[in-house]
Design a protein. Structure first.
Lengths: 301, 299
């Protein structure tokens, strides 16, 4: 049918003012949303880009394998002791926070009554929101003053407190995703509650739980405030003894940037680049694992 | 009023099927007429206890909702009992009380006695975990464990209850044969359980349930998520298994009840309206509500 035969049909009406206004509003909103998304992505690109540009020139094998040399005005020394210190403190914190977080999540999801479960979740959320400097001061008052000196252990405990709600909450989310039918199958076979959880539910949720742990580790790697009072006055030699204060990469960035010599500023940029690359790598691995788990659970639904 | 059964209500003769026999078993008795006791050659039953489930005055609640109201019935060994009824009539709830899965739901409780071989399954000295080993269940939607291989899935029940390592392999193989799955998967036992088709997954779940050698097998609408070919295979399987385990099948498909069951129970709104031999239930039931349901006046 030729449109000229029914020019007054509502479907073929000319774009009246009202319709035109609506289409313009629609286009404006879409464009604004797109600009916002571009901004968000651009910020990350800018951060990584500027750190890379400023820090890449100072990265060298020397930089990664030599200890800090804070008193020189040349670009000597490196962050080896800081890397080791961060590794030890974050490693100890992970060993403390991950098992406790996983067991807490198992308790709230599989065994607790709904009221205690929501109370625990609430407490974990509040703990997540506690400013990390407050955590640092708390550990300072609790451990450092009692011992009379700073230590890597105190740093590890402070980091563990920061990591705990992250691990526990993400494990809770992931355990809740395991289909009830799978749990029922375990129970109906004559497995006890605990056996069903350990042999059926946890393995199904395992990649997700590892993802949660990895993201918590990525967070702890960059935490500065908890360590400020607790493990910030350290020697420049490479130490693996957590009973003394250990250097850490974020704190070393801070110290280098406070130094009067520009060579040290370059080293601060380089240290920041190392930190961000490690965190990025861990985040990417976490995402890959998470996608794998979602695929597997999708098949089970 | 005479009701003429359609072709779909023919009761399947297990001797006519061609599924593989479970090795080492005594020959199964000739097809049992619905009210006759199992004939000679039922050596398995004489060795075992009676494997009869008796449900006495069962009430089940979800919080304040009274879902099952005073049900009395029995699942006889060597027989398949079907439980039919419209959606929401309480048939799944009732069956879940038998293996005590009902009490896993928060706020749910039950009253009454459920006896297996004269032992009250709800008695305080009976461990719920043991009950579930002796009363197996197959669910509506196939639910193999997603992280386990076919072999591990079937072996899982044995591992949960701590069977000896050398026994496990033999029992897994026997269970897979019993579920009619051996021929299809014997060369890929280590591939993931989820890689099977829907019908195969359900037979995997049946093998998993059979591996622990229960006395009773409860099947809660086992075929409703499956295509007709897979459904037929499982119905054949039920016919073959009924001499090993007492089987109760919940189904909303009346024709299926006609095909597989010796005895049929009709439930409505939480009550057991009538129970009797399948032929009688579909051709000449006593209760008018049963007649209305089987003739499709409601459902």
């Amino acid at each position: 049918m030729e449109s000229s035969q029914r020019p007054d049909h509502p479907l073929l009406a000319a774009r009246t003012g009202n319709l035109r206004r609506r289409r313009a509003a629609n286009r404006t909103m879409e464009t604004s949303a797109w600009i916002a998304a571009v901004l968000a992505v651009a910020v990350l690109v800018l951060v990584i880009g500027s750190v890379a540009v400023k820090g890449l020139s100072s990265i060298s094998l020397n930089f990664l394998t030599q200890n800090a040399d804070p008193n020189s005005i040349e670009a000597t020394g490196g962050i080896a002791n800081a890397l080791v210190g961060t590794g030890i403190m974050v490693g100890l914190a992970t060993l403390m926070a991950v098992p406790v977080g996983i067991l807490t999540a198992i308790y709230t999801n599989e065994f607790a009554g709904s009221r205690s479960a929501s109370t625990i979740r609430y407490f974990l959320d509040v703990l997540n929101g506690v400013p990390t400097i407050v955590t640092g001061i708390f550990i300072f008052g609790l451990i450092v003053t009692a011992q009379g000196h700073q230590s890597g252990w105190a740093g590890a405990i402070a980091l563990a407190i920061v990591m705990l709600p992250l691990v526990a909450r993400s494990c809770q989310e992931v355990l809740a995703l395991v289909p009830g039918s799978v749990k029922e199958a375990g129970l109906a076979l004559g497995a006890s509650r605990w056996r069903t959880t350990v042999s059926v539910v946890v393995p199904t949720a395992l990649s997700g739980m590892i993802t949660g742990a990895l993201l918590a580790v990525a967070r702890a790697l960059g935490e500065t405030a908890p360590l400020l009072f607790v493990s910030s006055i350290f020697a420049t030699n490479l130490s693996t003894d957590p009973s003394q204060a250990l250097p850490s990469v974020p704190l070393v960035i801070f110290q280098f940037s406070e130094s009067p010599t520009p060579a040290k500023h370059d080293q601060a940029w380089a240290a920041a680049l190392v930190l961000i690359v490690v965190v990025l790598l861990i985040s990417i691995v976490a995402r890959v694992l998470s996608a794998r788990m979602r695929r597997r659970l999708g098949a089970a639904r | 009023m005479n009701y003429q059964p359609s072709d779909g209500l023919k009761v399947v003769d297990p001797e006519e099927t061609t599924m593989p026999r479970i090795p080492g078993q005594a020959e199964s008795p000739p097809p049992a007429t619905p009210s006759a006791s199992p004939g000679p050659g039922a050596g398995l039953e004489e060795m075992h206890a009676t494997r009869q489930v008796r449900i006495e005055d069962l009430h089940a609640y979800y919080g304040s909702v009274h879902a099952v109201k005073g049900v009395n019935l029995a699942f006889d060994p060597g027989h398949v009992t079907a439980i039919i009824g419209p959606s929401g009539c309480g048939k799944s709830t009732m069956v879940r009380c038998v293996n005590r899965m009902h009490e896993e739901i928060p706020g749910a409780r039950s009253e009454g006695r459920i006896l297996l071989d004269d032992v009250d399954l709800h008695a305080s000295n009976v461990d719920v975990v043991t009950v579930r080993r002796v009363v197996g269940m197959v669910f509506q939607k196939p639910n193999p464990f997603p992280t386990m291989s076919i072999y591990d899935n079937v072996a899982s029940g044995l591992k949960f209850t701590g069977a000896a390592r050398d026994e496990v392999k033999d029992r897994v193989n026997a269970a897979l044969e019993g579920a009619g799955l051996w021929n299809e998967v014997h060369d890929r036992l280590s591939s993931p359980g989820m890689s099977l088709s829907g019908g195969q997954q359900q037979r995997l779940c049946i093998a998993r349930a059979l591996a622990v050698e229960p006395d009773v097998l409860l099947m809660d609408e086992p075929c409703s998520a499956l295509d007709p070919v897979a459904t037929l295979k499982i119905e054949e399987l039920i016919g073959q298994l009924k001499d090993r385990v007492t089987i109760a099948v919940v189904t909303h498909n009346m024709q299926q009840a006609g095909r597989v069951a010796d005895t049929t129970a009709f439930m409505l709104s939480g009550e057991l309206v009538e129970i009797g031999p399948t032929e009688k239930m579909f051709t000449n039931p006593d209760d008018s509500r049963t007649e209305e349901y089987v003739t499709g006046k409601f459902g």
